[in-house]
Design a protein around this ligand. Structure first.
Ligand code: SF4
Ligand code: SF4
Length: 228
């Protein structure tokens, strides 16, 4: 029997005031379109990056959508998400089931970009805090099957985000193996311009649309630990 099924509390909105929202490179474009349509001012900060020595660019694999001057997500209005029925970022759809570890690694010998993601429930969410015992929280972080039963609506979004990350790592790995890119970790010593990875990959694969990334992410079989 499932001990608890998560239901977001109406009119809470706490997670929209907590911290910047992690978004993937293609999501930046979707969010910018929505912001323009809704007249909302959104700002992003570059998140995780790697460096391509061939093209002398820093590739952004994630971004942070920043909170506004009221310390809220710019899409929060009267405690409601303005993009709830539009494109809602994967992080928001998965909340409070969130990555607690995201680790990318570059293997220069085999020219492979891999990643690992481990998810856990955020205890900042009052529903999680109330409803899940410590024992259950610990079990949840290692038991994807339990997570999928507790977070019925959120778990698929978390898996979709893993698969979307995999689209990026697979494309970049392929570009590396055919010699188009030469990837190294960004240790801060390179002063190359930052380029959105989605935009960058499309230089080589113009048919890789946002819709295609979304459908690939939804179609692939999900593996909760991420990586290869
Ligand atoms: S903090 Fe939890 S209950 Fe509140 S809006 Fe976010 S997910 Fe829902
Ligand atoms: S996009 Fe919507 S759900 Fe996500 S943080 Fe902003 S207001 Fe909240």
């Amino acid at each position: 029997m499932v001990p608890f099924t998560f239901r977001c509390m109406p009119n809470c909105g706490l997670c929209c005031r907590l911290s910047p929202v992690t978004v993937l490179p293609h999501e930046v474009y979707l969010i910018l379109d929505e912001a323009e349509e809704l007249g909302v001012d959104v700002k992003f900060k570059v998140g995780y990056t790697i460096v391509d020595l061939n093209n002398k660019v820093t590739l952004a694999l994630s971004y942070l959508m920043l909170l506004n001057e009221r310390n809220e997500c710019p899409f929060l209005r009267n405690n409601r998400c303005m993009v709830h029925d539009k494109y809602k970022p994967l992080t928001c759809r998965a909340y409070p089931y969130l990555p607690r570890i995201i680790r990318y690694s570059l293997d220069r010998l085999s020219r492979t970009l891999t990643f690992e993601v481990k998810y856990a429930a955020s205890t900042i969410c009052p529903v999680v805090k109330e409803g899940l015992s410590n024992g259950l929280l610990i079990k949840l972080s290692t038991d994807p099957n339990l997570a999928s039963q507790i977070f019925v609506n959120e778990y698929p979004a978390a898996m979709e985000m893993i698969e979307a990350r995999r689209v990026y790592s697979d494309y970049l790995t392929y570009l590396w193996r055919i010699g188009e890119v030469d990837l190294v970790e960004d240790d801060g010593s390179y002063n190359y311009p930052v380029v959105n990875s989605f935009w960058f990959i499309r230089r080589y694969y113009p048919d890789l649309t946002i819709d295609k990334i979304i459908s690939m992410s939804r179609a692939r079989e999900s593996r909760p630990s991420g990586g290869h």
